[in-house]
Ligand binder design. Structure first.
Ligand SMILES: Nc1ncnc2c1ncn2[C@@H]1O[C@H](COP(=O)(O)OP(=O)(O)OP(=O)(O)O)[C@@H](O)[C@H]1O
Length: 608
């Protein structure tokens, strides 16, 4: 074999080894959530053993009944055997009930702990994770993959031990009863393994594909629901339905393949079992006629053999299912290993009071694997000063806001808050002292009151009303059918973009941060709504440090400083008047906007 072939084999082996290692780590990671419930697990295993021993003892009773009690025609013996049988069955019944209760409780608790730790992790991953991972993918992880992990907890671990026992003990019994017959029959069952592994491999492959297709389908459903309005507005319903059907067909195809191979698996296993059973009856009847085996022994032999076949079948099925479930759990494991892009300092600093001075010193930043977005940005923002960021689209304005909120860290350079690098400050203090108003406001499907209280959960009713008044939304709220208790969102009333923005501003009043970041907060509003929101914003921004990404230059005339950003750098800096006087890029932007507004006015005049 040549060196290239050698290298290929080595690579394949290496890949297989690392895949095995990851599966092993995933399995132990899933099991680690069982640690607090060790006691219950041991009880489950003990109960499983009782059940298995009970099952194993029943054929012995039958043998005794057929070979001893029936020929002797003794009532005493019959009733004694019956009483013992009832006792055993009663014990088995109690053990089954206890097993079920314990199993449920362990499953629920471990799954709850896992879910909780994954949710906490999702919060830690924060903004950067949401930006890079589609919501459908995360939903699928939390629904489908989590259910698969729950299965590992419940059925498999205690059941595997029970089935192992139900194979080994009957095996010893049948070998002891009739070694020759056992050695003839058992290999038949393993006929399955001549072709079984190929079928198993195909089943696993289809199952994996099915999972991937299901994820794609979930994402598609999520996108379709989210884009319902746009799709209708564009009259693109048939295009959307076509795309949906295509994704669904692909999913259905892999699901069918997966089902087909599962059925094949089942049928081949049944055939192999049937061959064994037929052989057992032929050879067994010969042994009875020749007198080398009693009828009772043959009956219990048959039950033990069937017990072995059934338990091997179940065990293989469970091991396979477990292997699929580990495949599913792997995605959750990978997700749990995701490191947040922003890590809190081991000993974070906590400032007693935040004045709100921000310093950007030679900041460089690029999104992972992308070309640089911020390329040496330097600026100074004094406490309470209002700064606007303007510039061409894609210049890095929103990215700078994300860096101030510490959703990402600069690759080089520093951002300081009141003279302390953001990286040294406690993350919770940064989040508390910064308020962000986005272009789109998300309102929870709760009352208006709760939506405002979101800014500070311990706020009183009086604080909420004061905040709503400050945001010029109080009068509007009072006109609603249930005032502050009116539900908003999909199940409640619909609010206009401007009304939502003013609720977001009321939230900020309640939160009372020292720094406000505005990301084109009024860009999508009409002129009337914009005026109302601007009014509320002016009140909010008074004496707070503000950085606003401005869409309309007319809204930032009174700002203390305007920074023009081009390709991640501050290229012009000054007040509105100073920048206009410079006649540089900002001057061009102002002229462009004036021209645009003139054009708009002209168009309106023509149409009216
Ligand atoms: N999460 C992200 N991952 C990768 N690239 C991103 C991400 N967010 C933004 N970018 C890219 O970074 C560059 C700067 O984007 P940014 O949104 O900061 O610009 P902007 O000046 O705010 O633009 P606009 O005025 O159009 O909102 C763009 O090229 C954009 O495609």
């Amino acid at each position: 074999m040549d060196a290239a072939g050698d290298g290929q084999i080595r690579n394949t082996l290496k890949n297989k080894w690392s895949a095995y290692q990851e599966r092993r780590q995933t399995y132990f990671w899933v099991l680690s959530y069982l640690k607090p419930y060790r006691g219950s697990l041991i009880a489950l295993i003990v109960m499983g053993l009782v059940l298995a021993l009970g099952e194993i003892s029943i054929p012995q009773f039958l043998r005794y009944l057929i070979d001893v009690v029936v020929p002797e025609k003794s009532n005493t013996l019959f009733f004694t055997a019956l009483a013992v049988l009832i006792l055993v069955l009663g014990l088995m019944f109690a053990a089954t009930a206890l097993c079920n209760i314990l199993e449920r409780s362990v499953q629920e608790k471990a799954a709850r702990d896992l879910q909780l730790s994954l949710f906490t992790h999702l919060r830690k991953l924060g903004f950067a994770y949401y930006e890079q991972h589609p919501t459908g993918e995360t939903l699928s992880l939390f629904n489908h993959n989590l259910t698969a992990v729950q299965k590992i907890y419940t059925q498999y671990l205690p059941l595997i031990i029970r089935h192992l026992l139900l194979i080994l003990v009957p095996l010893v019994m049948v070998l002891h009863m009739n070694t020759k017959l056992t050695l003839f029959i058992l290999p038949c069952y393993f006929l399955y393994y001549l072709i079984g592994p190929t079928i198993d491999g195909k089943t696993a492959m289809y199952f994996k594909q099915q999972t991937q297709e299901r994820e794609r389908l979930n994402q598609k459903i999520y996108n379709s629901v989210s884009s319902l309005v746009e799709v209708r507005a564009f009259g693109a319903t048939s295009w959307e339905v076509g795309r949906f059907t295509e994704t669904y067909e692909q999913y259905a195809k892999t699901r069918l393949g997966s089902l087909l191979y599962r059925h094949l698996q089942f049928s081949f296993r049944m055939t192999a079992t049937a061959v064994g059973v037929i052989l057992m009856y032929i050879l067994g009847s010969q042994s009875i006629t020749s007198g080398s085996m009693s009828v009772g022994t043959f009956v219990s032999f048959t039950i033990y053999i069937l017990m072995i076949f059934r338990s091997i079948g179940r065990l293989t099925f469970q091991l396979l299912e477990q292997s699929y479930c580990i495949g599913q759990a792997q995605l959750l494991y990978q997700y749990a290993q995701h490191k947040p892009v922003v890590q809190e300092d081991r000993k974070p600093r906590f400032l007693s009071d935040i004045a709100g001075a921000l310093t950007f010193s030679e900041v460089h930043f690029s999104y992972r694997g992308r070309s640089p977005v911020i390329t040496g940005f330097t600026a100074q923002i004094l406490p309470g000063q209002k700064t606007a960021l303007v510039g061409t689209s894609g210049g890095g304005k929103s990215t700078l806001l994300k860096l101030v909120g510490r959703f990402y860290d600069p690759d080089q350079g520093q951002i300081l808050l009141d003279g302390v690098p953001l990286t040294e400050l406690s993350l919770s203090q940064i989040r508390e002292s910064i308020g962000i108003v986005f272009q789109e406001t998300y309102l929870f499907g709760l009352s208006i009151q709760e939506n405002i209280r979101f800014g500070r959960p311990d706020a009183s009713q009086a604080d909420i009303i004061a905040a709503a008044k400050a945001a010029f939304i109080h009068d509007f709220i009072l006109e609603l059918p249930e005032g502050y208790d009116t539900l908003v969102g999909e199940r409640g009333i619909r609010l206009s973009g401007g009304q939502k923005q003013r609720i977001a501003i009321a939230r900020m009043f309640i939160k009372n941060p020292s720094i406000i970041l505005l990301d084109e907060a009024t860009a999508s509003l009409d002129t009337v709504s914009e005026k109302a929101v601007q009014h509320a914003l002016q009140a909010l921004l008074a004496s707070r440090t503000t950085i606003a990404v401005a869409h309309r230059i007319s809204t930032i005339r009174d700002y203390d400083q305007i920074i023009v950003i081009d390709q991640g750098k501050a290229v012009e800096q000054g007040t509105y008047e100073e920048l206009v006087r410079q006649q540089g890029i900002f001057y061009q932007l102002v002229k462009g906007e004036e021209l645009h507004e003139e054009q708009l006015g002209l168009d309106m005049a023509i149409h009216t």
